[in-house]
Design a protein around this ligand. Structure first.
Ligand SMILES: [Zn+2]
Length: 120
């Protein structure tokens, strides 16, 4: 993992990118500024740098919600296979419902936090 980021960083420098003093909010690797102005992490690719603490919090929260949503959907996919194999598997069905519920909550949090739109 470390090796990979070092290699990628070297590659970025070769392309004319410059290392920034800021680090990636996710992995803490130094960030690089490409010649077109884009800021990238050697591991995560394009990164948006927060202008202030408030924005940083929001960005971190968005990242967390994104990965949470991904996990939920992945888990739901495997459980939905179980339901397909055995539609009477009430345990699996219950889990699907729980996941759907979590996803709905997640989306509510996401839209509620974006400001202008009132939470429904
Ligand atoms: Zn990163």
């Amino acid at each position: 993992m470390v090796d990979q980021s070092v290699r990628k960083a070297a590659e970025l420098l070769k392309q004319g990118a410059s290392m920034l003093s800021e680090s990636c909010p996710v992995c803490n690797n130094p960030l690089y500024k490409l010649r077109n102005g884009e800021i990238v992490c050697p591991i995560h690719g394009k990164v948006i740098i927060a202008k202030d603490e408030e924005e940083e919090k929001r960005l971190k929260r968005d990242l967390l919600l994104d990965s949470l949503e991904e996990t939920l959907i992945e888990s739901m996919t495997s459980i939905s296979k179980r339901v397909k194999e055995d539609p009477m598997d009430s345990d699996a069905l219950l889990q699907v419902i729980r996941y759907l519920d979590s996803l709905e909550r997640l989306r509510k949090i996401r839209s509620g936090g974006r400001g202008s739109e009132p939470a429904r």
